[in-house]
Design a protein around this ligand. Structure first.
Ligand code: ATP
Ligand code: MG
Length: 368
């Protein structure tokens, strides 16, 4: 479904933009609660074609993300999906989308819904100060970010904003100098992110009940967040003809250890999983350390033409997945490692003797 021409019937429209790679219940439930609390008539999901913040990363093609959003709200009254950002060339700036939507839905009141994390980052968005005057800016809660943090951020972003009488239930509202409105809405906190769904899916973990079943089916049919190694099937790895997968695993293992990765388990997935030949799982003592480890590894290994083909979770640092084709590295912030327990999932898989022996709980055999 694309933008509707019978816009006049709808008076209060909520807009939820984002990469939606993929859309999940965190998005949908937040939008639903905003719809209910603010009495909106409809919600429009607007997947970003070329998100300015994510240009460097590898994102799923727009048509897949769009289709998944459509499937997520298929048959749900009051929810639809717009492909307008797909129609527009260049980076998908929210301000441009809002201006366009104002033209399309003349007479309607627009509510632009973003999560607390996006709000903290709003200062880096194009013409962000104009956003609350184009549409009421609705900021929904997201786990890990307090109301206090958000209110402080209002002052930083909109120095001329003043607090006005809030909604029933006492959530604060602000009016900006340009007459824009910012509303905070508390929603059920669902600690779900697309990053985590991609990581789970690429690691062979279940993502069921984190997103609608139809989206999951589509992901599976189209093999969207699975990785299939491109390397050893035809004996070549992209780029150089350098190392066989075991030597590559050894080299990367060294790199993890040199960067203070702890309890570095190396799973031999050869013949077991189509995902990769080796999984390397390690931990760091803080999210910062994990982030530092990943960026140094990327840099050092690329000097040897060992390229990281994809990376997930860099911005949070609690679980970073690095894809080196035949070898996939999982770097965890220590407390998070046990939660996902990849070793438990792959309990039957042989461990390489030169890695940490997690079953015996002891360090590696001496390497010559
Ligand atoms: P990624 O991990 O790839 O960044 P994401 O889960 O954050 O994905 P986005 O597509 O980046 O999803 O988010 C679109 C919008 O939805 C953003 O404004 C974001 O803050 C909000 N959002 C995403 N997940 C949630 C959630 N679980 N609860 C509330 N808001 C959310
Ligand atoms: Mg996000």
């Amino acid at each position: 479904m694309t933008d509707r021409s019978d816009s006049r019937r709808y008076e209060r429209i909520g807009i939820l933009g984002g990469t939606l790679d993929p859309v999940h219940f965190g998005h949908l439930r937040s939008a639903e609660e905003v719809r209910e609390q603010l009495g909106l008539d409809q919600i429009l999901l607007v997947p970003a074609a070329r998100p300015p913040h994510k240009l460097s990363g590898s994102i799923t093609p727009f048509f897949h993300r769009f289709r998944m959003a459509e499937l997520a709200v298929d048959g749900v009254p009051g929810f639809s999906v717009s492909d307008m950002e797909g129609q527009r060339p260049g980076p998908s700036y929210s301000i441009d989308t809002l201006v366009r939507l104002r033209q399309l839905y003349q007479g309607a009141q627009l509510f632009f819904i973003i999560g607390a994390d996006a709000f903290l980052d709003l200062g880096s968005w194009k013409s962000y100060e104009q956003i609350p005057s184009q549409a009421r800016l609705v900021v929904v809660s997201r786990p890990g970010i307090s109301m206090e943090q958000m209110i402080n951020r209002v002052e930083g972003l909109f120095p001329d904003a003043r607090q006005v009488a809030g909604l029933e239930g006492g959530m604060p509202q602000f009016e900006t100098g340009r007459g824009g409105k910012i509303l905070f809405v508390h929603v059920t906190l669902l600690d779900i992110s697309s990053t985590n769904i991609r990581q789970r899916s690429r690691s062979g973990l279940s993502v069921r009940f984190l997103l609608p079943e139809k989206v999951l089916e589509y992901m599976t049919e189209n093999q969207i967040y699975v990785r299939r190694k491109t390397g050893s099937e035809d004996g070549r790895r992209s780029g150089e003809d350098l190392l066989d997968s075991e030597s590559l695993a050894r080299r990367i293992y060294r790199e993890v250890v040199d960067n203070k990765g702890e309890k570095v388990v190396v799973l031999d997935m050869r013949g077991i999983s189509p995902v990769a030949d080796f999984f390397i799982i390690a931990q760091g003592r803080s999210t910062k350390q994990v982030q530092g480890m990943a960026s140094r590894m990327k840099r050092d290994l690329s000097r040897e033409h060992i390229r990281c083909q994809g990376i997930e979770g860099e911005s949070e640092g609690s679980w970073i997945l690095m894809d080196f084709d035949d070898v996939v590295v999982h770097l965890f912030y220590e407390p998070v490692r046990g939660f996902f327990d990849l070793e438990g999932l792959w309990y039957e898989v042989p461990r390489m003797p030169w890695g940490y022996d997690d079953k015996a709980g002891k360090g590696p055999e001496q390497e010559s």
